[in-house]
Write a protein that binds this ligand. Structure first.
Ligand code: NOJ
Length: 559
């Protein structure tokens, strides 16, 4: 059997034990979140099981076989907790329940048990920076100035002119301060006014959220993706943010100031270390932080002596120009910046950013998949990426995203990347039998899981082949990264661990490219080609790539 056939077989025979700890060639066991692949589900849009046009937990349960077939190791669910849905679940009114839109706690337990039965881990979205204004904590806090929960949120007197206490801006437009006439003070909200920020300087808040974490961890949840973790602490002196001289109209208003005093404050690392300690009370759990910062600041979130997040999400590819040299530079910068023992990770898309195919063009999706699944570090796949879903144009009367409603017309809307998963041909692509909460892509009759499953050369099957290969080859899961070439549209690198050596060659452009390869990387065989038609081809001294093509090459052992 050839390498690829063996990899597919390994996938088919996978058992639960593959997912806990992988013994790798170097003999050191690695935690699952280092060797595994994460998959983000936006629950409203994955699968509707109860016919209300909105996805739910029973729907996710029904679709677990898709994740098993794909070969991922863990699913992260965007928020499923009781919420008024002002920000579609990122405004939580009860941290330890399930919103009826999504189901019940019993449904959650059933999903967790089934996922675990398939060897899949389940991560929840922890949103500790803010609650809903309907959370009982906030209702108490706003009820009077001397309520015991007053200091659980961030309240300030008006400025001398009666206006907001500082110039701090909301991410979703306007001031981040909302005046509450009942008690004559302003409260701070980094996002919507319906999302008041908790005061993480208050130890009682820390304890309360730690207990929330324990509630889910005891239930068997495998970890958390922590929402806007770099926002948790704000300046103790409430200093104004400096103006941003580079801001221009047409850019999001929040960028008109530099968020010097509202995010990435030094004290935040102590808060994160506290969360990490809670996670460490349990076996094999993971803490992932959502952080949008330049690489040199991002890596601080591993914490002193790795006491912070296991994986500070690396979003560098979300904005990177799709250019071989620039990508090689950012990989090298990231690799060079990681603290000793810090494990890397890569992301191509999420529920807040345009889908990768809309940014770089559909013809590059195979190359992007190959990049994501062969770089050093844990990859996260955003639902639908595996079939090449792109952003759907949302007609004005169907806009749901509060960010787009508050700041219309400059392209910040997030509905386009949150549309229903495209499962099959037919009305609403098999997502729902009702009117879907967001429109389904116009081409969903063509681009869907059902069609791609049957097509050996599809993007979906490329994802499967890459994931199976990654699982099988220690060089890809745990090996080092060595840049080989980055010029024009050609990006080439080698991953290796002990005797296992793999070369990845990507053509980021439309013109064919070739590279003469010498020495230790000169000979090998293509294990996975992006169009599936060159698998098994020998590479001798030269690698040739067609338009928009990529190849993963197993290198012959060094002489
Ligand atoms: C980041 C989340 O990913 C985004 O969807 C949300 O609107 C904000 N945090 C506020 O929670």
């Amino acid at each position: 059997m050839d390498e690829e056939g063996a990899a597919m077989d390994a996938l088919a025979e996978r058992t639960t034990s593959d997912h806990t700890t992988t013994e790798i060639a170097s003999g050191r066991p690695a935690p699952w979140w280092q060797t595994g692949i994460l998959y983000q589900i936006y629950p409203r849009s994955f699968q509707d099981a109860n016919g209300d046009g909105i996805g739910d937990l029973a729907g996710i349960l029904r679709r677990l076989p898709h994740l098993v077939e794909l070969g991922v190791d863990a699913l992260w669910l965007s928020p499923i907790f009781p919420s008024p849905m002002a920000d579609f679940g990122y405004d939580i009114a009860d941290y330890t329940g399930i919103d009826p839109i999504f189901g019940t706690l019993d449904d959650f337990d059933a999903l967790l048990a089934a996922a675990h039965g398939h060897g899949l881990k389940v991560l929840l979205d922890l949103v500790p920076n803010h609650t809903s204004d309907h959370h009982p904590w906030f209702e108490e806090s706003r009820s009077s100035r001397d309520n015991p929960k007053r200091d659980w949120y961030i309240w300030r007197d008006p400025a001398p002119d009666g206006g907001p206490p500082t110039n701090w801006l909301s991410e979703f437009g306007g001031s981040a301060w909302e005046f509450d006439p009942a008690t004559g003070q302003y409260y701070y909200h980094a996002f919507l006014k319906a999302q008041p920020d908790l005061n993480w300087r208050n130890p009682k808040v820390r304890e309360a959220v730690h207990d929330v974490m324990r509630f889910w961890l005891k239930r068997g949840v495998d970890g958390f993706r922590v929402d806007v973790i770099w926002h948790l602490i704000k300046d103790e002196e409430f200093r104004d943010n400096p103006p941003n001289p580079d801001w221009r109209p047409g850019r999001p208003p929040v960028e008109s100031v530099v968020p010097l005093y509202t995010t990435d404050r030094p004290e935040v690392h102590d808060v994160i270390a506290g969360m990490r300690r809670v996670v460490e009370e349990f076996e094999e759990r993971v803490l992932i932080g959502e952080i949008y910062l330049p690489i040199e600041r991002l890596v601080a979130y591993y914490g002193t002596d790795l006491s912070g997040a296991h994986l500070p999400f690396n979003f560098a590819l979300l904005n990177a120009p799709w250019d071989a040299r620039r990508i090689a530079q950012l990989v090298e910068e990231y690799e060079a910046s990681l603290p000793s023992g810090g494990w890397p990770n890569w992301v191509l898309g999420n529920h807040d950013r345009p889908r990768v195919g809309s940014r770089i063009g559909r013809e590059q999706l195979r190359v992007a998949a190959m990049l994501l699944l062969t770089l050093r570090g844990t990859p996260t796949i955003y639902y639908g990426e595996e079939i090449g879903m792109v952003d759907v144009a949302i007609p004005p009367d169907r806009v749901r995203d509060p960010y787009e409603k508050n700041v219309p017309g400059i392209g910040v809307g997030r509905d386009g990347c949150r549309t229903p998963m495209q499962w099959e041909r037919g009305e609403s692509a098999g997502f729902t039998e009702a009117e879907p909460w967001l429109p389904t892509a116009a081409d969903s009759d063509v681009e869907n899981v059902e069609n791609q499953r049957d097509d050996a050369g599809s993007l979906f099957n490329l994802y499967r082949r890459l994931i199976a290969l990654r699982r099988r080859r220690p060089a890809l899961t745990r090996g080092s990264y060595e840049p080989i070439a980055a010029s024009g549209d050609l990006l080439v690198y080698v991953r290796s661990l002990d005797q296992d050596r793999i070369m990845v060659a990507l053509n980021l452009g439309a013109e064919p490219v070739s590279l003469t390869v010498r020495g230790a990387v000169s000979n090998g065989r293509i294990l996975v080609s992006s169009s599936a038609d060159r698998d098994g081809e020998e590479v001798v001294g030269e690698i040739y790539l067609r338009s928009h093509e990529g190849a993963v090459v197993g290198l012959d052992p060094a002489p």
